[in-house]
Design a protein around this ligand. Structure first.
Ligand SMILES: Cc1cc2nc3c(=O)[nH]c(=O)nc-3n(C[C@H](O)[C@H](O)[C@H](O)COP(=O)(O)O)c2cc1C
Length: 349
């Protein structure tokens, strides 16, 4: 794949992608990375269709450059209210509700908006790129995106997932190693059985697929970018280093936790959402792990959201999901422009 594969595909100047942050993306950061010549991404996880349309309109108003929006596909194992007895998991969270000064939430009508409606809203708004996690887009989605000139990115944690995405017709594949921040977006095998590191994953995915591969996980400076390209990647997707910057929507407490984290400072846990994700341990994670009762996704995410939201407003990092990757110790830059310049230097290396 030529060095300009991603630039041509997405209409960008540099093959540097800002990772989407479901629940924590900001218009400011997404726009900044796109304006710098990369591909800013915005995570739409959990957004209702109306909010998706509004957000894409805001992004479009703020920049003429291409940007990506990101959605989670259904894997089929999501529970609905009424499917599970939330009593035990709610009881395990009692100390955290108390610490946040809130009551346990009453069960909602639905935990999440219908994905089909989210996809329809995103397609209708016509972003340059739609990136997807947790699965393979169905043929109708690939056709609908193609008909509107929207490029599709799929996300793989294994070679088999990358092959499935390639066969489905995505335009590019993010190969995300186990170092990465946030959820392990595996969809063919259990996330625990798909923990391949970026260094091993990227070249094997490059060998297996015909589309450009974007390396993600553990890349935070010029050395990581140069390594990704040496492994055959056509681009990089960077999360933690950008989340640490002042343009991100992360709370000051979250930023400070990333800044303080060293190489061993993150762990994989199902505690916060019911799905495996990488973050920095805090009171919430430890309390739930110790209790040992975790509702399935997305019920657990919804249950913990009831204390995470007020904690975010209060700036209490002990009650948040402190998602971060293993390269947090390299995430020292204050602004998106500084991170971008550092990453870009790796392209010239
Ligand atoms: C707070 C947070 C939320 C994230 N949410 C999403 C998401 O909704 N969709 C997605 O594709 N990736 C998501 N990610 C992963 C990032 O987009 C990116 O791929 C990852 O952070 C790259 O690894 P790094 O942090 O080591 O750079 C999230 C990461 C963080 C830190």
């Amino acid at each position: 794949m030529s060095g300009s594969a991603l630039q041509d595909l997405f209409g960008i100047d540099e093959p540097i992608v800002l990772g989407p942050f479901g629940g924590l993306s900001s218009v400011a950061l997404t726009v900044e990375v796109s304006e710098l010549g990369g591909l800013g991404s915005y995570g739409l996880y959990g957004y209702a269709p109306e909010r998706i349309r509004e957000t894409i309109a805001q992004l479009r108003e703020a920049t003429d450059r291409p940007f990506a929006v990101n959605l989670w596909l259904p894997t089929g194992d999501e529970v609905a209210p009424g499917d599970v007895d939330l009593g035990p998991a709610t009881a395990a969270l009692a100390p955290l509700y108390e610490a946040a000064g809130v009551e346990p939430p009453a069960p909602p009508h639905a935990f999440l908006p219908a994905v089909r409606d989210q996809l329809a809203a995103a397609l209708e708004s016509g972003p340059a790129v739609l990136s997807l996690v947790y699965g393979v887009p169905q043929p109708w989605l690939v056709e609908a995106a193609r008909a509107r000139g929207i490029r599709l990115i799929g996300t793989a944690t294994s070679v088999a997932e990358a092959r499935a995405l390639d066969a489905a017709g995505v335009d590019a594949i993010v190969a995300t190693g186990a170092e990465a921040a946030g959820h392990r977006v595996s969809f063919l095998r259990r996330a625990e059985d798909s923990l391949v590191g970026t260094f091993a994953l990227v070249p094997q995915v490059v060998d297996a697929v015909g589309v450009p591969v974007i390396a993600a996980g553990g890349i935070a400076d010029r050395r990581g970018v140069a390594a990704a390209f040496a492994l055959g990647a056509s681009g990089v997707q960077v999360g933690t280093a950008f989340l640490r910057t002042r343009e991100s929507a992360a709370t000051e407490a979250h930023r400070a936790a990333i800044q303080a984290a060293r190489d061993t400072g993150t762990v994989l846990t199902r505690a916060m959402s019911g799905r495996l994700a990488r973050g920095i341990p805090n009171t919430a994670m430890r309390t739930i792990e110790t209790a040992g009762v975790i509702a399935p996704f997305p019920a657990q995410n919804w249950l913990t959201g009831a204390f995470r939201a007020p904690a975010a407003r209060a700036g209490n990092g002990e009650l948040l999901s402190l998602w971060a990757g293993q390269a947090a110790g390299l995430a020292s830059r204050e602004t998106a422009a500084e991170v971008f310049a550092e990453l870009r230097a790796g392209l010239r290396a």
